[in-house]
Design a protein around this ligand. Sequence first.
Ligand code: APR
Length: 254
Amino acid sequence: MATKLETETLIEVLRDADRIAVLTGAGISAESGIPTFRDKNGLWKKFRPEELATPTAFNQNPRLVWEWYDWRRGIIAQKEPNPGHKVLARWEKIFPALSLITQNIDGLHQKAGSRNILELHGNIWKLRCTKEGTITENYETPLKDIPPLCSGCGAILRPHVVWFGESLSSTILQKAFLLSSQCEVMFVVGTSAVVQPAASLPFEASEAGAKIVEINPDPTPLSPYIDFSFRGKAGEILPLIDKDLKRKSTAQKE
Ligand code: APR
């Protein structure tokens, strides 16, 4: 856990930094009541990703896959951003160039007011036509039709998310690596840092000279390589760092 001195050093680093990148994972939404994937009560402890989150699974049984996504949409629709999401939305206004790179598909960063977001793994509120590729937003919970069909061509719609075995959008990925290589500080919040290519972004940043800050109650494969480690919950740690940041900027003005 970062000591008081380390936190003060981090605040100094942040005050001198212009370009900040934040990589988030399911852990930042845990305090909002959305299950993570790999924690003890995580989704992948209860469900088999190969049956629910692969293109093969969808082709074999689109109804089963859609019932699962409809269930997740139902949960997420009732959840609100927590203080962790809100601090990042505030930082977007106070730091000249803050980039939020998320693995989350829940849309809670947007709900908290963040705007400059790169969604690496898509968004559960977006549907994509399997024939035309058109993407539409849909917030129906529960979905009227399972599987939902394209209003244009009648083909099955799929969740606009990245499944295992699928590539990420090359445009989004290139931008994520570029922002990582240009940032001066990267926060890595609530990710187990095991899923590629997202898990490589902190190394891209570190190799380019950025300071890496990890916020996670548990250690990850990234932990040995970071500069500032906060062992705790994002919804508690981010407000603490933000408070120190505010206090420092007020002190400077006086
Ligand atoms: N605050 C911060 N971190 C937390 C909190 C919290 N309140 N609660 C749990 N965590 C941490 C866990 O310790 C764990 O390291 O969040 C991490 C969640 O890890 P995963 O469940 O593996 O989620 P994530 O890293 O986002 O998964 C990456 O895998 O399943 C795919 O596409 C899916 O985007 C997802 C990707």
